[in-house]
Design a protein around this ligand. Structure first.
Ligand SMILES: C[S@@+](CC[C@H](N)C(=O)[O-])C[C@H]1O[C@@H](n2cnc3c(N)ncnc32)[C@H](O)[C@@H]1O
Length: 245
């Protein structure tokens, strides 16, 4: 609790992002990640391996951009920094643990940006990853997170907002000239101790991705984390060369 409070106070973040809840969400995710580190380990290892496989065989390795870099738990940062001339880490919030890890690599830059397409602003992916020298882009467990805070805001929320946000990110990725690795959770499954499925939640708001190169499950909230007798499992999919569904 004290550590969470400290992060809320000392993390450099714009007032707008703080107000919209991005900092709070990041700190909560960090805390859950610490509590569930053993349960999360296979998922994080699978994501890191998928990302490294995806950049194998690239003819050029100039700039790599990681979207949703967060705490760099599922991002093989040292390996990317060794393989590419420059690595750009993009997120709405960079907590201090990620800042310290990035500082260990002189060719790694932190970029703070909102990756949800806004009507009055340029397309964020084209601006951040559309450059001639960008050879590799990773969307790192970001896609399902993009609609969460916009859907949570007060006032009228259009019923199709979630699917529009998901589609805009996928279209933005598909329009890039770089090779794109997409790693995302697609479905949440709530199970009881008998293994009975209690509920399923489509994390991509009805948008279908097509055939993934790899699939695995992420034990997001083991028994006792969210509730005592229920656990939350996320189905995760990885695409090594995303070109659209
Ligand atoms: C599940 S975490 C990704 C985990 C991260 N790749 C890691 O290795 O720790 C999702 C990330 O998406 C970021 N995010 C959510 N909405 C965003 C937005 N609109 N713009 C930029 N980043 C966003 C969050 O701040 C968070 O770091």
């Amino acid at each position: 609790m004290l550590v969470e409070l400290l992060h809320l106070v000392v993390t450099p973040v714009s007032l707008a992002h703080r107000r919209r809840g991005y900092l709070r969400e990041s700190v909560l995710l960090m805390s859950r990640g610490r509590r569930c580190r053993h349960a999360w380990a296979p998922h994080l290892a699978a994501a890191r391996a998928a990302i490294l496989e995806a950049c194998d065989g690239l003819p050029q390795r100039r700039v790599a951009v990681v979207l949703g870099s967060g705490l760099l738990q599922d991002v093989p940062l040292a390996e990317l920094a060794a393989r590419f001339e420059r690595v750009d880490l993009v997120d709405a919030v960079h907590l201090w643990p990620a800042r310290f890890r990035a500082r260990a690599h002189p060719n790694v830059r932190l970029i703070t940006a909102d990756l949800v397409l806004q009507p009055d602003r340029p397309e964020p992916l084209a601006a951040l990853c559309g450059g001639e020298t960008v050879d590799f882009v990773v969307s790192a467990n970001l896609l399902s997170q993009l609609p969460i805070l916009p859907l949570d805001r007060p006032g009228f929320v259009p019923p199709d907002l979630g699917s529009r946000i998901v589609r805009a990110h996928l279209d933005g990725l598909a329009g890039l000239r770089a090779r794109v690795c997409l790693v995302t959770d697609v479905e949440q499954i709530e199970e009881d101790r008998a293994g009975q499925v209690i509920a399923r939640l489509d994390l991509l708001h009805g948008v279908r991705l097509g055939r993934a190169d790899q699939r695995w499950t992420w034990d997001l909230a083991p028994f006792g984390e969210a509730t005592r007798h229920r656990r939350l499992i996320h189905r995760v999919e990885a695409f090594r060369d995303w070109r659209g569904p």
